[in-house]
Ligand binder design. Structure first.
Ligand SMILES: Nc1ncnc2c1ncn2[C@@H]1O[C@H](COP(=O)(O)OP(=O)(O)OP(=O)(O)O)[C@@H](O)[C@H]1O
Ligand SMILES: [Mg+2]
Length: 504
């Protein structure tokens, strides 16, 4: 059954929006039909999240109209948006961790005011019905804090459905999901669509867009470039539309002969054990080498990175840097030893959101711009400006707080910040998560260039094509231990790696 018809549930007309005089959306038209998955694509900072925040009542447009099922509506608050049937699956979840799933779903849905709160038993029963309709298995009585992100997301979706949402906005929903969880989400989206629910799907991942979407709208620099059925556009056209130029061969592995095979290893890890997630891990890394870390969620990749960077305590084993035994008991010691870590959870670990872009960039670099007891302001300005342009960070002024940057541009700031310190050993945990296709290919090139310049790089990525594009060797982890250590030349394709990760 296909419930998709040509009537627009949402129509945004000539939407314009600026912040402090800087125009972010210019005259954007955007329509969503009943029962369609509509992909919203565009480079970092193109205005996707801002457009959706307007639909959701968080921001108010400077100009333009919103029609819901053909009728003009004023959306001045999140309540207005909900009443109009717009639901949002937040990237940063809006749940109360100490409450149960059922309490979270029905918490905000209290139209009757105090004293008439829905009782727990009814909430649990209604939640069960919702999850049954969604065909997913979630225990409504479980406390949210005890559940993984995938369940938070399902709870958010159930909450929106309980409020009769007809349109669900999903802004990079798979960013914090494991592979099999993403697949479960896609199947749920298919089922919701069959029930006539419309989904606005924001993602930087082309495979997801092709898997899910009926139509795509591309924003570039705050303007709508096109809206087309997916069947009318090729992936190349989409990439070119987003980036504004052609990109070729970003995911092809190029053998590099820069690895100094007989040179002394830069990093040697022997029998490293840390907590329960890193067990007896050994490997060596030579100058010029890129080592990929593959494994399922929970295989210990991030924990290994944390132990190497002195965040988690090492219980057993040795770390040698340039042949010398090193104690990395804190991140400062790791930094002093020439190691840098670009963490996975960048917002929480990598940035001080209320500080300016410049302050964030210079944080690890203070040693470089210190002149006696004072900081050399001029050198600081120069250094931060050069990093901003090198990494194409889209920001009106280096003094703006990082909080105001788009998601992808915040990621770039973290990467730029750590590279500015010129480390010898670089650990990048999911370096391209959330960045647009153009930036992604730039980051991959940058990783190759760093290695070619004699650095040693460790890359953690859940995207196999990306891992295969840069790694000279892949270390497969499972339950915290090294399952295999495979040279790139022995990995025929993505499927080979996938099987290796599954341990078959
Ligand atoms: N509250 C705000 N104040 C000032 N500028 C803002 C604010 N919110 C967003 N911007 C700016 O608006 C532009 C568009 O941001 P938006 O978050 O909509 O981009 P996006 O398309 O979602 O990008 P990404 O793919 O990186 O998430 C950016 O340049 C951003 O810095
Ligand atoms: Mg965004």
């Amino acid at each position: 059954m296909n419930t998709q018809d040509n009537s627009d549930v949402v129509e945004m007309r000539s939407i314009s929006k600026g912040f402090n005089g800087v125009s972010v959306l210019k005259d954007v038209d955007f329509q969503v039909r009943k029962g369609e998955v509509h992909a919203l694509a565009g480079g970092n900072g193109a205005g996707k999240s801002t457009l959706m925040k307007i639909l959701q009542g968080v921001y108010h447009a400077d100009a333009g109209d919103i029609l819901i099922s053909g009728k003009p509506v004023a959306i001045n608050s999140i309540q207005d948006a909900k009443a109009a049937g717009i639901g949002m699956v937040f990237q940063e979840f809006s749940l109360v961790p100490s409450l149960t799933v059922a309490q979270n779903i029905f918490l905000a849905a209290e139209p009757l005011g105090r004293g008439l709160l829905i009782d727990d038993r009814t909430a649990v029963r209604k939640s069960r019905e919702l999850f049954a309709e969604m065909e997913v298995d979630v225990d409504p009585r479980a406390e949210v804090s005890r559940l993984g992100t995938a369940y938070w997301q399902l709870t958010e979706i159930a909450k929106a459905l309980s409020q009769n949402a007809r349109v669900l906005i999903m802004d990079e929903p798979t960013a914090s999901l494991a592979r099999h969880e993403s697949e479960a989400l896609f199947e749920l989206i298919d089922r919701l669509k069959k029930r006539g629910i419309s989904i606005i799907y924001i993602s930087h991942r082309m495979d997801e867009v092709y898997r899910l979407a009926d139509r795509i709208t591309i924003l570039r620099d705050g303007r709508r470039l096109l809206t087309e059925p997916l069947t009318n556009v090729t992936p190349e056209q989409i990439v070119e539309g987003i980036v504004g130029k052609k990109i070729e061969g970003q995911l092809a592995y190029r053998a590099r002969d820069h690895i100094i095979h007989d040179g002394a290893p830069l990093l040697e890890v022997r029998g490293l054990t840390a907590g329960r997630r890193v067990r007896d891990v050994s490997f060596t890394l030579r100058p010029g080498e890129i080592l990929g870390l593959a494994g399922l969620m929970g295989s210990g990749r991030t924990e290994l990175a944390r132990a190497l960077f002195g965040i988690d305590r090492v219980d057993d084993g040795e770390i040698l840097i340039r042949g010398k035994k090193s104690s990395l008991a804190s991140p400062q010691q790791a930094i002093d030893a020439g190691i840098a870590l670009v963490p996975e959870d960048r917002r929480a670990q990598g940035l001080v959101l209320d500080h300016s872009v410049r302050e964030n960039l210079l944080l690890p670099l203070l040693g470089k711009i210190r002149r006696g007891p004072l900081l050399d302001q001029g050198a600081g300005k120069e250094l931060s400006s050069s990093l901003i342009s090198k990494f194409a960070v889209k920001v009106a002024h280096p003094n703006r707080p990082v909080r105001l940057l788009s998601g992808g541009n915040q990621q770039k700031v973290v990467i730029a910040k750590w590279l500015g310190n010129d480390p010898d050993i670089l650990i990048l945990d999911e370096p391209t998560a959330g960045v647009d296709i153009g930036t992604k290919s730039e980051i991959l090139d940058m990783i190759r260039d760093l290695a070619s310049a004699g650095k040693a790089v460790i890359v953690i990525s859940s995207e196999y094509p990306e891992l295969l594009a840069v790694s000279d060797r892949v270390l497969v982890l499972k339950d915290g231990s090294v399952l295999r250590d495979i040279p790139r030349s022995e990995i025929a394709d993505e499927e080979y790696l996938q099987l290796a990760v599954q341990g078959v």
